[in-house]
Design a protein around this ligand. Structure first.
Ligand code: NAD
Ligand code: IPM
Ligand code: MN
Length: 362
């Protein structure tokens, strides 16, 4: 039987709750397809700060690099919010993304028919939405230098960051996005702020140049402010979106709400080589942590992306997706996607129902 090693990074807040559930689902889906998964749990984020004094211990990065794929919950929380930059949970997350070189972050936002009523948008606007946001993940303003705190000519305190992209960074994310678009609806919308920002002017120029390698994909460009508006006006106009690190962060949270909840959106982060990193797009949700209220489906669907994009076991990924669909068909909902007439359940129970659906598959 094929055998793979998976690094689990539960992290903070609801992270451990959703990862525990997703691990069982991942494991069960693997065995159904004759794939053995070996798990190793490592510290990361606030949990690592408390136990080891750093948000990303060397052993964690080493274990992640040596494994076949990584499943991460979420990191962060009030307790560490005022830490110095290098001692923030978020710094650990950025460092593992950079350390693994996972520059392409795929964030699919599709409205499942069962959840049309959970969307805040009108039914006719939300139904059938199926968008893939391709977010650049290891560059831009998140990593650009110079950055820091300083003093201006008036002696006033300042804080500054740099939005910077090189041509090769843009070219590689553009190629990933064109490949993704080619396998989907064949339409790619590049989102930028090229009317104002030099980094975006280069972005648009390079994306346009790379388009010549993909004559079968229809490329369009949109300014980010308009894109934010168009996403709630008529989200069905979008197929694949490619954008920079910070715009992708913001637009994917916005897109998640069209689908009913941020608790539904998975993601896959991949690089040129090495293991991929799979995580829900949501955070540690400190407001509901420890209460068994979190929606585990984003992490369960991230586990499906791990099987598909990380291990190439698409049949097992399909099993998870089908089990999630069946669980929703059976009426089970966590609070974030609840609507009258459905059955309200907690994180654990939702996981058990998905497992049950999975086990009953042929
Ligand atoms: P958040 O995504 O954690 O929460 C936003 C809102 O969505 C909250 O009301 C929360 O309860 C709800 N929510 C999120 N996930 C949910 C789920 N699975 N089920 C049900 N409801 C869910 O964003 P935030 O409050 O801005 O950030 C909280 C912390 O998480 C911060 O420390 C932030 O830095 C961190 N964060 C981490 C990641 C990550 O680990 N990838 C992502 C985003 C934010
Ligand atoms: C995400 C998060 C992270 C990001 C933070 C916690 C660093 O918001 O994964 O979307 O901005 O990338
Ligand atoms: Mn985010």
């Amino acid at each position: 039987a094929r055998s793979y090693s998976i690094t689990l990074l539960p992290g903070d807040g609801i992270g451990p709750e959703v990862v525990a559930v997703a691990k069982d689902v991942l494991s069960a889906a693997g065995s159904k397809e004759g794939v053995e998964l070996r798990f190793r749990e490592m510290l990361m984020g606030g949990a690592a700060l408390d136990a080891a004094g750093v948000p990303l211990p060397d052993e964690t990065l080493a274990a992640a690099r040596a494994s076949d794929a990584i499943l991460l919950g979420a990191i962060g929380g009030y307790k560490w919010d005022n830490n110095e930059k290098h001692l923030k949970p978020e710094t650990g997350l950025l460092n593992i993304r950079a350390g693994l070189g996972v520059f392409a972050n795929l964030r699919p936002a599709s409205v499942l028919p069962q959840l049309v009523d959970a969307s805040t948008l009108k039914k006719e606007v939300a139904e059938g939405v199926d968008i893939m946001v391709v977010r650049e993940l290891t560059g831009g303003i998140y990593f650009g230098k110079p950055r820091g705190f300083g003093t201006n000519d008036n002696g006033e305190e300042t804080g500054f960051n740099t939005e910077i992209y090189s041509a090769s960074e843009i070219d590689r994310i553009a190629r990933v996005a064109f490949e993704v678009a080619r396998k989907r609806g064949g339409k790619l919308c590049s989102v930028d702020k090229a009317n104002v920002l030099e980094a975006s002017m280069l972005w648009r120029k390079r994306v346009t140049a790379i388009a010549s390698e993909f004559p079968d994909v229809e490329l369009s460009h949109m300014y980010v402010d308009n894109a934010a508006m168009q996403l709630v006006r008529n989200p069905k106009q979008f197929d694949t979106i490619v954008t920079n690190n910070i715009f992708g962060d913001i637009l994917s949270d916005e897109a998640s709400m069209i689908t009913g909840s941020i608790g539904m959106l998975p993601s896959a982060s991949v690089g040129e080589s090495g293991p991929g990193l799979f995580e829900p797009i949501h955070g540690s949700a400190p407001d509901i942590a420890g209460q068994d209220k979190a929606n585990p489906l984003a992490t369960i669907l991230s586990a499906a992306m791990l099987l598909k994009y990380g291990l190439g076991v698409e049949s097992a990924a399909k099993r998870i997706e089908a089990a999630v669909t069946e669980t929703l068909d059976n009426g089970f909902r966590t609070g974030d996607i609840y609507s009258p007439g459905t059955t309200l359940v907690g994180c654990k129970r939702m996981g058990e129902e998905v497992l049950k659906a999975l086990e009953s598959q042929k």
